[in-house]
Write a protein that binds this ligand. Structure first.
Ligand SMILES: *Cc1c(COP(=O)(O)O)cnc(C)c1O
Length: 424
């Protein structure tokens, strides 16, 4: 009989992992001299070794060329965002024209709602999930008010309909149908940050379209985590950040998607000079002519230093490919689930859906016995270099990421939980 808790078992699975070499491309933080078991790639992904060289390249170019750095060489700053376009498009399942790296997530959310949330007296409703990430809720709430409508009636929040806090497709469909005559925009997450639930985005976009509404996605917890087919989903827009699973560093430049059917439409938008068609931008004429595609939503010339690490990180996604990453992710998270089911059920409940199709790599674990017990476990783990993250009042999120986590890390977590239960 296989002993899941045996070191040899985890080591054998790691040895058979076709992506095992990628771990050495990352700088793993240490605790008491040993690499951490780092399960917070859903919060801040680790630094790719290659990031430093890309940042230093920008510093050196600036040092040696000053303003000329905008116009010289393959990595010239004028077109720097083009360097990440194709890998980014592959990562989210889009056409190159549909994606752009710019700003930060919440900024992009507002910019794209300016174009795709166009409420009228007949159709003022913005539909989101209850328990959305606060920044998304603030953005949605303030947009409703900004347009002169009342969030108490026109910001509709779909409540979880399962005891674990997840939301069924039926509940989403019922809410969209119930509001169909007044619905302006459906804004939905790809993966819910608290529960780790992944949604069927194509189905949500279809329901929104059938109701005559626009549809946008927040992919903060989905990009670099689950397979995405944004173009085929038919969504109008999507936004995401690059500092979580994409490992591009704290406050990294974010991403945005605008579907190709809007690429040449002169939609209302909040414009800036970097969104102007680059072929005539430097004629410096007063009239705004949008660049085709997602580029037309750019405002400013981008922060090149902040964009540089994204090149290193996307190169690793290119090397691995999402299908292989996703397969390893299912293996790691499945192993975590098996270990919990085998011996930790008396301490932890898995809130994340059991079906791998309905989750990414994260498992959200409710600790039995309330907040104090939960904090006690969380701190016990952290003191042993096992880093998850804490969500009030009693949830620990553990996200084994396929680029740098191993089955051995997952086993280390499970062992530490056992050690805590016998110590406590
Ligand atoms: C991480 C995250 C954010 C963070 O927003 P920033 O603008 O990058 O600070 C917003 N929304 C969701 C759903 C997130 O997971």
């Amino acid at each position: 009989m296989i002993d899941l808790f045996d070191d040899t078992y985890a080591a054998t699975r790691d040895a058979a992992d076709p992506l095992r070499d990628l771990r050495s491309e990352f700088l793993i933080p240490r605790h008491d001299g040993e690499p951490m078991a780092y399960f917070v790639g859903n919060s801040l992904g680790l630094q790719p070794r290659g990031a430093r060289a890309y940042v230093e390249e920008v510093l050196r170019k600036w040092e040696e060329e000053g303003v000329e750095g905008h116009f010289t060489g393959d990595a010239q700053w004028m077109t720097y965002h083009d360097l990440v376009r194709e890998p980014l498009a592959r990562l989210v399942g889009a056409e190159p024209l549909e994606v752009v790296a710019m700003n930060t997530l919440t900024v992009n959310l507002h910019l794209l709602m300016a174009s795709f949330y166009r409420p009228t007296a007949e159709r003022p409703v913005l539909l989101i999930e209850a328990g959305a990430f606060p920044s998304d809720r603030h953005a949605a709430w303030s947009q409703v008010r900004f347009h002169g409508f009342d969030p108490r009636t026109d910001l509709v929040e779909v409540a979880p309909d399962a005891p674990d806090g997840t939301i069924s497709m039926d509940a989403i469909a019922r809410a969209i149908v119930a509001h169909r005559d007044r619905l302006a925009l459906v804004l939905w997450p790809g993966v819910q940050y608290r529960t780790g639930q992944a949604f069927d985005l194509a189905e949500i976009a279809r329901l929104a379209r059938d109701a005559g509404a626009a549809c946008g996605f927040d992919l903060a917890h989905a990009v670099g985590n689950v397979d995405l087919s944004l173009h085929d989903s038919g969504a109008d827009f999507a936004v995401w950040c690059h500092y979580k699973y994409v490992n591009a560093g704290p406050g990294a430049v974010a991403g945005a998607f605008v579907h190709a059917r809007h690429s040449r439409a002169d939609l209302p938008r909040l414009a800036g000079w970097w969104g102007h068609d680059p072929s005539s931008r430097f004629r410096m004429e007063p009239e705004f002519v949008p660049a085709p595609g997602a580029d037309g939503w750019q405002l400013s010339n981008p922060p090149i230093l902040a964009m540089a690490p994204l090149r290193a990180s996307l190169a690793l996604f290119e090397r691995a490919g999402m299908p292989a990453l996703r397969a390893k992710s299912c293996s790691l998270t499945g192993y975590l689930e098996q270990l919990i089911d085998a011996r930790l059920r008396g301490m932890l409940d898995v809130l994340t859906p059991r079906d791998p199709v309905q989750r990414g790599c994260q498992l959200s674990l409710r600790v039995h016995g309330g907040r104090d017990r939960g904090r006690s476990l969380f701190e016990f783990l952290a003191a042993r270099g096992v880093l998850g993250d804490w969500r009030e009042p009693d949830v620990i999120r553990i996200s084994p990421t396929p680029l740098y986590n191993r089955h051995a890390d997952v086993l280390r977590f499970a062992r530490a939980v056992e050690a805590w239960s016998t110590a406590a």
